[in-house]
Design a protein around this ligand. Structure first.
Ligand code: UGA
Length: 437
């Protein structure tokens, strides 16, 4: 099929590449000429395992191309996906100005008699589809189109595999014609397809992300009870997670959730529910617990090192999760900044995220020593703080780490290491919600 994706961020670019991979012809549109030029040269603006290969392969096969022209994209496609950012506003509600602008742009280039399906893939508040349809109608009285909601559930760091093997595909549509075309798009993925009305599909995305955030905050709250009682949160998570009704996924205690989705989407769902007159107070608690995790962690470090001023502290990890270079809303970055604010001398290492952290001025490179490998970070350190569970950290020679440190004190914010093994290696080891050995 001929598809157009407007917006070449995480969702747009990975979706476009994967649609091409299964045989569709895809035009990716972005209004940033530098990004489009980069992509046309074969350079990928984000680090995402497997993405570069898929893009190169499909560009060579002439199934994938990039342009700045919405008209070109809409003209050459049966289906137009909107995948532009929906950032938060200061009050937590969603800024829909990018979506509105794209709806007007599409209206401006739709030709009479040429039917198009306009699909919203961005995460948007319930009832946005209705507004997109109204906007297109207002700016183009002759347009023949249907608006569909098709939320995306990919995770950064495993976006390609999530997209190629989805748990389910949600199609929110009120038109049989549009639904049939959408089913054809997803037929090659051989995933269960759930057809709903547009409002329900939009709500599914906010409800899913908020529920996953709730699971994380739930286990984090349990981790605090484990610390107070001497129980082990990993065993508790295994014990409850093996109940298939609960499931073990997203029950990993740690520093809490970050990134460009969960914090924003929980806030948005709180704002949406308030606007609809049915406030969702439970989610306010989810946010509160999440915010407390980093404070609890730093309190623990302080209880050992007393004053943090001038202390040499190594931090492993800057990205909000492993296997990505994304440092937006990363708890690891927040950790580094709080340590620096207390006057600590921080040496930080991340396999992929350091460049963007500095480039986007999320950390002050004059105040943080950014190093090229994990061992350099721990040299003479009085404590090692692990903030992101990269597999590279699990594979370190921990004997060597201990030898290099001034004091073998480790605070593991992601429960990456085994407490007994760390004790056997001679570390004083503090995890989240797990007793020391
Ligand atoms: C999340 C959802 O998982 C995707 O389904 C959704 O499509 C995406 O948001 C989106 O809305 O675009 P993502 O933010 O890429 O994906 O990453 P996750 O793997 O969900 O992790 C989010 C945060 O939760 C990370 O900071 C991670 O460290 C944290 N987390 C995750 C935990 O603290 N504990 C866990 O058990 C799982």
């Amino acid at each position: 099929m001929d598809l157009c994706i407007i917006g070449s961020g995480y969702v747009g670019l990975v979706s476009g590449a994967c649609f091409a991979e299964v045989g569709h012809h895809v035009v990716c549109v972005d209004n940033d000429p530098r990004k489009v030029e980069m992509l046309q040269r074969g350079e990928i603006p984000i680090y995402e395992p497997g993405l570069e290969d898929i893009v190169h392969r499909n560009v060579s096969a002439k199934r994938l191309r990039f342009t700045t022209s919405t008209e070109d994209g809409v003209d050459s496609s049966q289906i137009v996906f909107i995948a532009v950012p929906t950032p938060p506003q200061p009050d937590g509600s969603v800024d829909l100005s990018f979506i509105e602008r794209v709806a007007r742009e599409i209206a401006g280039v739709l030709k009479p008699g040429e039917y198009r399906v306009v699909v919203d893939k961005s995460t948007v508040p319930v009832k946005t589809g209705e507004k997109v349809a109204d906007t297109i109608k207002r700016y183009n009285k002759q347009a023949t189109f249907d608006v569909v909601s098709n939320p995306e559930f990919l995770r950064e760091g495993c976006a390609v595999s999530d997209l190629m093997n989805p748990d389910r595909v949600v199609i929110g549509s009120s038109s049989q014609k549009a639904t049939d075309l959408m089913k054809q798009v997803y037929e090659p993925f051989r995933a269960p397809i759930l057809v709903t009305d547009v409002n329900s599909a939009e709500l599914i995305k906010h409800a899913a992300n908020s529920f996953l955030s709730l699971k994380i905050s739930y286990i984090n709250a349990v981790s605090a009870i484990c610390e107070a009682s001497g129980a082990d949160v990993e065993l508790v998570a295994d014990g409850i997670g093996t109940d298939r009704r609960i499931g073990r996924n997203f029950l990993n205690a740690g520093l809490g959730y970050g990134g460009s989705c969960f914090p924003k989407d929980v806030k948005a769902f709180i704002a949406i529910s308030k606007q609809l007159g049915v406030p969702f107070h439970l989610l306010e608690e989810v946010e509160k617990i999440n915010g407390q995790m980093l404070t609890r962690f730093i309190d623990k470090v302080r209880s050992k090192l007393w004053v943090l001023q001038d202390k040499k502290i190594a931090v492993w990890g800057m990205t909000f999760k492993p296997d990505t270079d994304d440092v937006r809303n990363s708890v690891a970055i927040e950790l580094i900044n709080r340590l620096v604010a207390e006057g600590a001398q921080v040496s930080a290492y991340d396999p992929k995220g350091a460049e963007k952290a500095v480039q986007w001025k999320l950390i002050d490179s004059a105040k943080v020593r950014i190093v090229a490998n994990p061992l350099e970070a721990v040299q003479d350190a009085e404590a090692l703080l692990l903030a992101t569970e990269w597999s590279e950290f699990a594979a370190q020679d921990l004997e060597e780490v201990r030898k290099r440190m001034h004091t073998p004190l480790v605070f593991d914010g992601r429960n990456l290491f085994d407490p007994q093994m760390m004790a056997d290696l001679g570390f004083e080891y503090h995890a989240v919600g797990r007793p020391g050995r």
